[in-house]
Design a binder for this molecule. Sequence first.
Ligand SMILES: Cc1cc2nc3c(=O)[nH]c(=O)nc-3n(C[C@H](O)[C@H](O)[C@H](O)COP(=O)(O)O)c2cc1C
Length: 146
Amino acid sequence: MQLYEAIEGRRSVSQLGLPVPGHDVLARVFAAAGRAPDHRVLRPWRYLVIEGDAALRRLGDLFLAGMRSVDPERAERDAVKLQNMPLRAPMIIVAVLRLQDHPGVPAWEQWLSLGASVQNLLLALHGEGYAAMWRTGDVTGLDQVR
Ligand SMILES: Cc1cc2nc3c(=O)[nH]c(=O)nc-3n(C[C@H](O)[C@H](O)[C@H](O)COP(=O)(O)O)c2cc1C
C-alpha cells in the first residue's frame, strides 16, 4: 500500500470483529509506533494489549468500579453499559503517556509525540489490513482505571 493511499484510505471503524492481529503483525505495528518523532528519545509512550473475553471483561469491571468511586449514581444507572464498553472490540490497545520530567522536553511535546505514535500505529494497522478506532471516553480519566 502506498503512503498517500494508506493515509487517505484509513477510516475509524467503531464495531470491530475478529480476527485480531497476531504477534508478528503486532511486532511490526509497534515498531512503526516507535518510529514517531520523539524529542531527546524519551519514548514517552507505553502500549498495553488487552485481548480476549476474560481480559476485556476485567477492564469493564474496572470501568464500573472506577465510576462507583466518583459517581455512584451514574455507576448504578450505567452499570451494564460501563461493563460492556470494552466488548465493542476483540482487542484493545491502550496508549499510555509516560510523562518524563525533562528540562528540554515539556509535557506538551511528549503528548504530541504520543499522538504521532498512535497515528503511526493506526496507519500501520490499516496497512496490515486491520481496522481500528482511537477512543478515549471519560472512563480513561478515572483514578482506578489509570
Ligand atoms: C485522542 C482522540 C480521542 C478520541 N476519542 C473518541 C471517542 O472516545 N469516541 C469517538 O467516537 N471518537 C473519538 N475520537 C475520534 C475518532 O477516533 C475518529 O478520529 C473520528 O471518528 C473520525 O473518524 P476517522 O478517523 O475515520 O476520520 C478520538 C480521536 C482522538 C484523536
